[in-house]
Design a protein around this ligand. Structure first.
Ligand code: PAF
Length: 282
């Protein structure tokens, strides 16, 4: 398996392949790989001649120093997991300096308002950091297709907007959320949960499913109230938000319209660890 730490070496390796019109699939990650990442990799391996995966904990997208500090970094294990899946995956695992060249700050992006909702509201600057790293990685890897998980649904919509507004020639592909056996959405942050919290966190998806049922015959406001009330019964959780939004604009729903697609979005803390999830409501 080839592992590159420098963008110049990766570009030198990829450029003849790009000239030969080989299709490049790209899976950007922050490592601590789980089945969710593997499902992205499998899609990329199936649909492209070459698959590149990046592993980089991007400092500019963290608005909380402790979260950045504690983010799991498990490169050796990640490489082993990829080797077991497919030895042809090309890994790009740079240091901060290779990406930011001594200037670790975000560019500012306008995503037509998508950035002002939910995660954007609660994590100021987060999507500027995501846009900065994703745009740079796209410039380095020059993929034809890039794969993102729907667990970060807002991020997926933002990356689609980024490529559209900046005319970046890459097809952005969203892949379904992968869940643990108890329904908890797979996330690198789950590794930080105690065993008991990981079990208790099953309730998040259970409540999302109940919310889906309730939303069929009730308003968004009533559904939100239901979710808030449910989590008040579980004191180990601290609900940051549950919102129901239009999938395309991510704006909160006021009146339901039959031709629109809606999603419920949640951010919640357990053991001081922030988890997010979402569910399609129609
Ligand atoms: O979803 C993630 O893991 C990160 O936000 C990404 C897309 C790799 C950018 O750092």
């Amino acid at each position: 398996m080839l592992i590159f730490n420098k963008k110049s070496d990766l570009s030198a390796f990829l450029s003849p392949l790009i000239k030969q019109n080989k299709s490049i699939g790209f899976v950007p990650t922050m490592g601590a790989l789980h089945q969710g990442h593997l499902s992205l990799l499998k899609n990329s391996l199936y649909e492209n001649d070459v698959t590149v995966m990046s592993i980089f904990v991007n400092p500019t997208q963290f608005n909380n120093a402790e979260d950045l500090d504690k983010y799991p970094r498990t490169l050796e294990r990640d490489v082993q997991i990829m080797q077991d899946l497919n030895n042809n995956i090309i890994v790009y695992a740079p240091e901060v300096a290779d990406i930011y060249e001594g200037n670790t700050i975000s560019e500012n992006f306008d995503y037509d308002g998508l950035e002002n909702q939910m995660e954007g509201k609660h994590r100021p600057g987060h999507f500027d950091g995501v846009g900065t790293i994703v745009k740079r990685l796209f410039e380095i890897v020059q993929p034809n297709k890039a794969y993102f998980g729907e667990k970060d649904f807002q991020q997926l919509q933002i990356v689609k907007k980024l490529v559209l507004k900046h005319n970046i020639p890459v097809e952005v592909i969203g892949c379904p959320i992968q869940r643990e056996a108890n329904g908890l959405a797979m996330s690198s942050r789950n590794e930080r949960l105690s065993e008991s919290a990981r079990e208790k966190a099953a309730i998040i998806y259970q409540i999302l499913n109940l919310a889906k049922e309730i939303f069929q015959t009730n308003s968004a406001e009533e559904t939100i109230k239901f979710v808030e009330k449910e989590f008040k019964k579980h004191l180990e959780f601290e609900l940051e938000y549950f919102e129901i939004a239009d999938e395309a604009t991510l704006l909160p729903v006021s009146e339901k319209e039959s031709n629109k697609k809606y999603r419920g979005f949640i951010a919640i803390f357990i053991e001081n660890i922030r988890l997010i999830d979402n569910i399609s409501l129609n």
